[in-house]
Design a protein around this ligand. Sequence first.
Ligand code: RET
Length: 283
Amino acid sequence: METLIEILGNATFENYVGAAEGFTEMAYQMSAHVLTLGYACMLAGLLYFVLTIKQVAPKYRMSSVLSGVVMVSAFLLLYIQQTNWTGAMTYDTETARYVLGDGTDLFNNGYRYLNWLIDVPMLLFQILFVVTLTKSDFSSIRNKFWFSGTLMIVTGYIGQFYEVTNLTAYLAWGAISTVFFIHILILMRQVITEGKENAPAQAQKYLGNIWTLFLVTWMLYPGAYLMPVLGGIEGALFNEIGVLGRHITYTIADVGSKVVYGVLLTLTAMEMSKAEGYDPNAQ
Ligand code: RET
């Protein structure tokens, strides 16, 4: 008898759970629905960013454009991620469970990671078009955002292939990725602190909210990465609860870090536009 490791190799834990015990109707369907909600929110967000672009002064509109770019790419990749889930599992009438199917693709979260490769730099650049930096240099921050953003994702992308087969490689790649993540957090804090300096009171409040949202939603990603080992190695979360938990965590993180973040930046830019005498109704 071949062991599951021999059959599935570097596949992610969703496949191992699917092959070993399968998913109940609730866990399978809730996963499919949550993944669908994720890409539906991106399309809804796209509509918002297009329709509100004229509500902000022209110099802030690049923020809405970048949100639009993020929405389109995330919509497409999250759609593929959802069909990857439904395509990888099939219903087994004998056990009344959804199990890893044969012949089709295995499930992998890689689509997400490659989506971040586009979206993370865009989300980081976006705020630079709304705030005015008082001390830092725009292009220097932009290049650092790009450098650390890209390396954080690529190292995490490699690491996730080892989540079941090689704990050391999995944690080591995760740790390297975290170094770049910390660099991004430091830069973002600096950008927001400087951005608040000459901003109108309400815009300052929004920028404070953006920092909180940023911290909470971005930290969910490493949490989802670690999901298979959070309850111990092949422990309390190495099952359908962990799988569903990961889909939910990623979806909350995606809607928060892309859609809600973009909306808050639009609101900030509206306040700034107003303070500068811009009247959207006169346009
Ligand atoms: C990884 C690997 C494990 C360690 C860390 C990670 C951080 C990921 C982050 C992703 C953010 C993605 C966003 C996407 C929006 O489209 C790569 C999971 C720290 C912070 C904001």
